[in-house]
Design a protein around this ligand. Structure first.
Ligand code: GLN
Length: 557
């Protein structure tokens, strides 16, 4: 049987959670024994999100094959077992890049190259490329219906229906049914308009996922069904949930998977969602909590660290803890005196995540110094590993000017530098060490204990690396290198023995953490942080120390 396609579009406004909807449908179909793959099309003109600002675009999710992709691919991997590659995320820029290369090579044999059929053919070819060996491909079209830039993608999915037929294609439209407080009413008009917009480009949706803050009553469902020409059972309440991991369960209660199978004429057993139910039960019934301070540069925009936040949640859920995160703006820790220490004094664990550029580095170094000296569990990821090495070189080894050549090219002590010969490569895109690399762990290290093995593979996204010329000095003063590439070229993990938990890794473990398979390093960090919390609170007579929380952040966790 060749793969069937589910196309997910969005209407009314952006940020309705199309990615989560696609991932949740994937999760439900997998739980019914089907093999799924997922794909996202982003209508913008950038070739990939790799060079886009995290404020604009959110996190750049990295796949094993080193593609820099949209953060929705993170949801796909967390909710399913689909193995994603660069073929699972396309932008208009990348589609056109291919077409223009072909045109320059003369592949079009002198024909006029046009949106229809050349661009749409290229889009359809990308959709078909990821369909081998799977039962269902779920394709998410980014943007909102009515956008000029998404038209070629919408036209391509319309053509897919013509080619593959009704039984092999399904249109799911995610829309908004807002509650208007002044009228005390749910409003269906935005949905009607959005479906009208879809119809004008030749697409009749089969299922409407209605984002709303309350259950849609029967009369609202019938009204939407009537106006939008869908079955009443296909008008789905996609109610807001406190934990995103409840989405598949909510969809299943609303019968989404049953409907998908009915429309696509697939026979499959009932879904076994017990593991997800257990996870959600834990999310809503935590035994206790753990408070992590994340010291970073893009902290005012949580989407910049999407996978990181989720990986912490997964590990906390594993220990039945509620995760509370306070985002600490690194520059705010650059105080002339020691007052930065009071800002950090209430955290159970401190984490410095990945980042680029010089801004906030001094604050991060202060944060790390505090964690090291006060024996607060510390987890440094990528930039957080590099800054941990710089902090150690400066404050323990006395190399006061130690730095990364990224922040100070003229530093006399380049603890972190560009090991790879990247000089001469001018463009920003594509010059990084990207994707999965093997790593060998030192037996007996915290890393090896956490993983339970000594050979691992993790994903990278960085330009600079540890300078092994300083290894003897740093390890002589107590730092341990506990993970390297098998050939010993790259330092991948550093640890501080004698500290409850102090680990920095050059890779991004957060990309591989899943709710049902939390990442070992995040589990070890959360465990150490929770142990620290219990120790701290028992020495404070058991009182919970919440005073340090900045009032403006209260309620955000
Ligand atoms: N800026 C650092 C580098 O390029 C770290 C990158 C990161 O944290 N992802 O090596």
């Amino acid at each position: 049987m060749s793969a069937k396609y589910i196309f997910v579009t969005g209407g009314v406004v952006s940020s309705l959670g199309k990615g989560l909807a696609a991932a949740s449908i994937g999760c439900l179909l997998e739980s019914r024994g089907l093999k799924v793959n997922l794909q996202k099309f982003d209508p913008y003109l950038n070739v990939d999100p790799g060079t886009m600002s995290p404020f604009q675009h959110g996190e750049v999710f990295v796949t094993d094959d080193g593609a820099e992709t949209d953060l929705d691919l993170g949801h796909y991997e967390r909710f399913t077992h689909a193995r994603l590659t660069r073929d699972n995320n396309w932008t208009t820029g990348r589609i056109y890049e291919q077409i223009i290369a072909k045109e320059r090579r003369g592949d079009y044999l002198g024909k006029t190259v046009q949106v229809i059929p050349h661009v749409t053919n290229e889009i359809k070819a990308a959709m078909k490329k990821i369909s081998s060996d799977v039962d269902v491909v779920i394709v998410e079209i980014g943007g909102t219906i009515g956008d000029i830039e998404s038209l070629p993608f919408i036209e391509a999915i319309r053509q897919m229906r013509q080619e593959l037929g009704r039984d092999n294609t399904l249109f799911v439209h995610v829309t908004l049914v807002p509650w208007i407080a002044t009228a005390s009413e749910l409003k269906t008009k935005p949905t009607q308009h959005s479906v009208k917009e879809l119809l004008s480009v030749g697409i009749q949706p089969d299922i409407l996922l209605c984002r709303t803050d309350r259950f849609l009553p029967k009369d609202i469902k019938s009204k939407i069904a009537l106006f939008c020409n869908v079955e009443e059972q296909a008008v789905i309440t996609a109610k807001d949930v406190a934990s995103i991991y409840e989405c598949p369960l909510v969809f299943s209660q609303e019968g989404v998977d049953r409907l998908v199978l009915k429309y696509l004429r697939i026979d499959a057993p009932e879904a076994d969602m017990r593991k997800w139910e257990d996870l959600v039960h834990r999310a809503y019934n935590p035994q206790d909590e753990v408070l992590i301070g994340i010291v970073g540069k893009y902290v005012e925009y949580e989407d910049s660290y999407k996978s990181l936040k989720e990986a912490l949640v997964h590990a906390a859920l594993h220990y039945n803890l509620k995760l509370r995160v306070e985002w600490v703006e690194a520059e705010g820790l650059e105080t002339a005196d020691d007052s930065y220490r009071t800002q950090l004094s209430g955290f159970d664990g401190i984490l410095v995540p990945g980042g680029f550029g010089k801004r906030g580095i001094a604050g991060m170094l202060n944060g790390i110094r505090y964690a090291r000296e006060e024996k607060v569990p510390y987890f440094g990821i990528c930039l957080g590993m590099q800054t941990a090495c710089i902090e150690f070189a400066r404050n323990v080894c006395g190399l006061h000017e130690a730095n990364s050549s990224e922040f100070d090219p003229a530093t006399p002590h380049r603890i972190i530098y560009k090991l790879r010969e990247l000089r001469g490569v001018e463009e920003l895109g594509g010059t990084m060490r990207l994707g999965a690399w093997e790593c060998k762990l030192e037996p007996g290290s915290n890393a090896a204990l956490a993983y339970g093995k000594t050979e691992i593979s993790e994903r990278h996204r960085h330009r600079y690396e540890f300078n092994r010329e300083y290894e003897a000095l740093l390890t002589g003063a107590g730092l341990r290198i506990t993970g390297t590439t098998p050939d010993g070229t790259y330092v991948e993990i550093v640890e501080l023995p004698g500290h409850p938990y102090f680990l920095g890794c050059q890779f991004h473990p957060e990309f591989k953490s899943k709710p049902l398979e939390p990442h070992p390093l995040f589990m070890a960090f959360i465990k150490a942080s929770y142990d620290n919390r219990q120790k701290r609170l028992s020495s404070h007579g058991g009182e919970k120390e919440d005073l340090f929380l900045r009032p403006e952040n209260a309620g955000k966790h």
